[in-house]
Design a protein around this ligand. Structure first.
Ligand code: TMO
Length: 322
């Protein structure tokens, strides 16, 4: 008994210390009071979004946080954030995802975390050489598309004799563009094909130029094409409620849209430091265009592009962390 007591006390001290450090280490990152549980960042299927995921993850890591990445459907992600499976969304594009975002916001569990400085447009358009070659006189006014002599310059082997428009993956805009083509009375002259990926859109630009035929594709800004001579078609202006999903007749183009951030409602409590930084984060059109260009023009991996962007832009992002 007498000589076992120091051993017992020693064991208690060791166990107490283990419990203290493991428990403490488990719950708090060093300075910010943030949980060490990973911040779950979604990745989708266009370049700026994936690069920005790693940019923001890198910023959080620089603050001592843990992050994890999950590939997620770009509509379903808002429900995932609402129920807490995903922590943030950093590119909520109004035209493609406004409806899914608003639905989750109204149900509760997801917070609107403010807008980036960049404004957005997601719509059909063409590389400027299409106009320079005179393939559809009157563009960018959409009424030029009513001319059969225009449509015939956009025929492809798979388009059934109609002019072809290449829309993005259907997960972005659903049936919006085919509905619009019909609503505007263009369905006899034009058909809409869905691309399987963003890369298929860029491949189409190269193929059409090589073949000397016209091309109309879905594109967006901010993007790597911002400085590269791409023009969006002027459709009748967007107004609230003009889309079929909102009860409208569909005879409208896409909005001058927001680019929002969203978070799970617990994020400001579990990770107050990272949540405050994310609230301040705001990227411009040129920041986002550069993130995409590092991948789509310079052919870097998304991770390497993010590392380069962070290294080149400390004066942009460091203030978000302060
Ligand atoms: C959501 N996107 C930027 C592809 O339009």
């Amino acid at each position: 008994m007498k000589n076992k007591l120091p051993l017992l006390i020693g064991a208690i001290v060791v166990i107490a210390a283990l419990v203290f450090f493991m428990g403490g280490g488990d719950k708090t990152a060093k300075k910010s009071g943030d949980s060490s549980a990973p911040i779950v960042i979604p990745t989708h299927n266009w370049s700026s979004q994936i690069v920005m995921a790693y940019v923001i993850g890198g910023i959080f890591e620089s603050m001592g946080n843990n992050v994890s990445y999950v590939n997620a459907d770009s509509q379903a992600v808002y429900e995932s954030i609402r129920i807490g499976d995903v922590t943030i969304s950093h590119e909520v594009w109004e035209s493609a995802f406004g409806k899914s975002f608003t639905t989750a916001l109204d149900k509760g569990g997801l917070l609107d975390w403010g807008d980036h400085e960049a404004r957005t447009l997601e719509d059909m358009g063409y590389p400027n050489w299409v106009a320079d070659k005179g393939l559809c006189p009157g563009l960018p006014d959409w009424t030029a598309l009513k001319n059969p002599d225009c449509a015939k310059n956009f025929v492809t082997p798979d388009s059934g004799g109609k002019g072809r428009m290449l829309e993005g993956p259907q997960t972005w805009h659903g049936d919006l563009i085919p509905q619009r083509v019909d609503a505007l009375g263009l369905g006899d002259l034009w058909m809409v094909k869905f691309a399987g990926s963003a890369d298929a859109l860029w491949a189409e630009l190269a193929a059409a130029e090589k073949e000397g035929r016209g091309t109309i594709i879905f594109n967006w800004t901010p993007n790597f094409t911002d400085g590269a001579g791409f023009t969006f078609i002027d459709f009748p202006p967007y107004t609230a409620g003009c889309r079929p999903e909102d009860g409208g007749d569909g005879k409208c183009g896409s909005p001058d849209g927001y680019l929002k951030k969203a978070v799970h409602e617990d994020f400001p409590t579990t990770h107050p430091g990272a949540a405050a930084a994310f609230k301040k984060m705001s990227f411009t059109t040129s920041h986002i265009g550069a993130m995409a260009a590092l991948v789509d023009i310079d052919k870097m991996t998304h991770e390497d592009a993010a590392k380069k962007w962070l290294a080149d832009n400390e004066s942009v992002w460091k203030p978000f962390t302060k």
